[in-house]
Write a protein that binds this ligand. Sequence first.
Ligand code: ADP
Ligand code: F6P
Ligand code: MG
Length: 322
Amino acid sequence: MSAVKKIAVLTSGGDSQGMNAAVRAVVRSGLYYGLEVFGVQRGYQGLLNNDIRPMDLRSVGDIIQRGGTVLQSARCKEFVTPEGQQKGADILRENGIDGLVVIGGDGSYQGANKLSKLGIKTMCLPGTIDNDISFTDFTIGFDTAVSIVVDAVNKLRDTMSSHERSSIVEVMGRHCGDIALYAGLASGAETILVPEVPFTIDEVANRMRQNFEHGKRHSIVIVAEGVGRGDDIAKGISERVDVDARVTVLGHIQRGGCPTHNDRVLGSRLGDFAVRKLIEGESGKACGIIKNELVLTDIDTVVNTKKGFNKELYDLASRLSQ
Ligand code: ADP
Ligand code: F6P
Ligand code: MG
């Protein structure tokens, strides 16, 4: 006996590559297990507007390879209020929907948690490029965002090398340095600046000077947006070292394009897992992957725990980039 009969899925907050794979998995697994499945357009805003439609097998066809989200996403102030949340729960109930899968970041998780406390069975999936959700090793979209940064740095390295310049590359990640860390390690960046590790511009400049003394003719500095603007870092470096520094802000390019196979597989596994756990009667839970095992954690715990930073990887990148 399934604990839910009609479920809905929505995507919320900043979109990420692989959200479509997760939506597809929720819809197709739900239908496979005999549930009715609905899609809510434009996140919590769409929920409050009752913008809800039935999904069938074909409504998620031809989307696994697409970035963005076919359900679209939105930020909704009204839903942060208790009245908005009550209205959302009422609308779901009026539609006969007893289970909801929310794909989004930490803010979206908070919203889902409120709905679960109002009696809607909810599951959260980590949909954000930032990799800033605790109790999961990876979020859906992170792998693709890192690949985009690595590809960009490869290109920058060509021209920086020709002109013996330094490239300061500002990447996304809000308060989390993971995109900078993984992309920096994978692209051999000389310096990685993240909010989790304190630094001074003097240290950055000294390291660059030493690198030049050891024969390097160009360098790459990856700056997570959480530490400040690439322009300011470049200015600080140029004031201290005789270097021709150029700034590149990768911006929303990191959030688009074809998801990697890792993000498609992760979205598919987590989407299916969420449906199976709803059927088993779980609610108020976040789905994650730890050491390649699917795990469930209370949303309360996830939103109240800051994700740990992988200092080991950071130190490795530092040792290898001398
Ligand atoms: P993300 O999910 O990527 O972190 P946001 O932080 O913008 O993105 O959150 C997405 C949406 O989740 C918000 O627009 C809002 O509707 C809802 N939300 C955010 N914080 C809360 C909260 N504390 N309680 C209820 N809903 C929230
Ligand atoms: O949380 C995802 C993210 O892309 C962050 O990396 C970035 O700081 C933010 O969203 C950008 O938000 P917006 O889409 O509102 O410009
Ligand atoms: Mg947020």
